[in-house]
Design a protein around this ligand. Structure first.
Ligand SMILES: Cc1cc2nc3c(=O)[nH]c(=O)nc-3n(C[C@H](O)[C@H](O)[C@H](O)COP(=O)(O)OP(=O)(O)OC[C@H]3O[C@@H](n4cnc5c(N)ncnc54)[C@H](O)[C@@H]3O)c2cc1C
Length: 409
């Protein structure tokens, strides 16, 4: 081991990991397929957790639409609710790739749990950790890494989804406070959550330049949570409307400066898309695992399905899609840019949908049965093309940055 590398034994909840971490070396910028010892340890730990705690319960939680409270509590003990947060604030101080690997492995067993962890970390905890003041971190981070509180990200509105600059939630100054009014939609985990980042306009004429970001406790006076949205995908997770009526927020709870809200949201979505890409890779891998296991056992025309050329072709297509999506996701996690994140999300969400479709086909009639995982994977895969930014927009972003790189806009 290089002398600049300190071996450090870090307690990750119930499990103790041997972590080797380069001291004084910044986050890896160039992409390599080689995982560090630490990243490999995270994968092994989360795989074990998924096999033992998530996979056996995933179908039941999904069918009953039940939030995985117990599993999230265990993930808190493992430190994964603050995976990339500074250790000073109760986090593990890991890199984005380690977090992406954790989301991938969780989503392989239970897509809902993977999504909850992904949004909490990439869209809430990382925002506060990277852009918050020390006071904001004391209030809005510590409890969220080790204390069991869940954080949310409230950007979308009934009339502003993909079109973020059209946000109508208003922020009006009032002495040392801001008064927030308006409605947010689809806020993941808001029913169970304790605080959220909220994006609001202080001057609608300014469009995206008129946005600001606030941290808002969900038990603040004037915050009303809607009912759980009944969903086709990630049914054990929750998403609901949030209504804010005359919600008084101290000036100190604004993140960054006035007018920086759009940039903060876009930066966070670049990270969030790495999370949803990893989540999609996990679902795609689960579809491949399910299909292979079934094809090895099921006999038709005197031989295993896996020996039928058409089934072998489907499995091969699935494998190609899973592996290419994984590589793009890991690249996006090690070299964060709008283009890399959008490319990863675009490819991974389409890979998940296609792989889950092949999986249903390979299982035949059983592919449609709720007694097998295939139908849940099919439903879960579809959602990855919507939340975190629809596929159509990802393609537009990739095209924009491609032409920009070539001075061809
Ligand atoms: C389960 C779930 C969880 C979610 N969690 C959160 C959350 O925690 N926080 C949050 O803020 N939001 C969340 N969302 C909202 C999600 O991010 C939005 O649904 C998504 O961004 C799309 O916005 P929209 O639904 O308003 O669709 P629209 O913006 O109305 O788009 C509908 C369709 O129109 C087309 N389209 C629109 N604009 C363009 C364009 N410029 N170019 C090409 N085609 C276009 C696309 O085909 C698109 O699919 C969640 C959504 C779901 C379903």
């Amino acid at each position: 081991m290089a002398s600049s590398t300190a071996m450090k034994s870090c307690k990750v909840g119930l499990l103790s990991l041997q972590c080797s971490r380069a001291v004084g070396v910044s986050t890896i910028r160039s992409f390599t397929t080689q995982l560090t010892d630490e990243q490999a340890s995270i994968r092994a730990m989360v795989q074990k957790f998924t096999t033992e705690q998530l996979k056996p319960n995933a179908q039941k939680l999904d069918l009953e639409g039940r939030f995985p409270f117990c599993q999230i509590k265990q993930l808190t003990h493992l430190g994964l609710m603050g995976a990339t947060v500074d250790e000073d604030y109760g986090g593990l101080g890991l890199d984005y790739l380690s977090l992406a690997i954790a989301v991938e492995e969780l989503s392989r067993g239970c897509a809902s749990t993977g999504m909850i962890l992904s949004i909490h970390n990439f869209l809430y905890a990382n925002l506060v950790n990277e852009k918050g003041t020390p006071e904001q971190k004391d209030i809005f981070l510590r409890e969220f890494t080790r204390g069991g509180s869940i954080g949310c990200f409230a950007l979308s509105e009934p009339d502003a989804g993909s079109d973020v600059a059209s946000i109508r939630m208003t922020a009006t100054p009032d002495g040392d406070n801001w008064i927030l009014n308006g409605k947010k939609s689809w806020v993941t985990s808001a029913i169970e959550g304790s605080a959220t980042a909220v994006f609001a306009t202080f001057d609608p004429q300014l469009r995206h330049k008129g946005l600001a970001c606030f941290l808002v406790p969900l038990d603040a006076e004037g915050v009303f949570r809607g009912k759980k949205e009944p969903l086709m995908s990630v049914r054990a997770a929750t998403a609901c409307d949030l209504r804010l009526e005359q919600v008084r927020v101290p000036r100190e709870y604004m993140v960054g400066e006035l007018g920086e809200g759009f940039k903060i949201a876009m930066d966070q979505l670049d990270q969030g898309r790495i999370g949803i890409a990893a989540h999609a890779v996990g679902i795609a891998q689960a579809a491949l695992d399910t299909a292979i296991n079934y094809a090895k056992e099921r006999v038709a025309f005197g031989k295993c399905l896996s020996r039928l050329p058409s089934v072998k072709d489907r499995l091969t297509d699935m494998s190609i899609m899973v592996e290419s999506a994984r590589l793009l996701t890991y690249r996006a996690a090690t070299d964060v840019s709008t283009k890399n994140s959008a490319t990863a999300k675009y490819v991974a969400s389409r890979a998940a949908a296609a792989a889950a479709d092949h999986c249903v086909q390979i299982l035949g009639g059983r592919g449609l049965s709720i007694n097998y995982d295939a139908e849940r994977l099919y439903r879960d895969a579809r959602g990855t093309q919507i939340y975190g930014g629809v596929t159509d927009i990802q393609k537009r972003l990739i095209g924009h940055y491609l032409l920009k790189e070539h001075d061809a806009l």
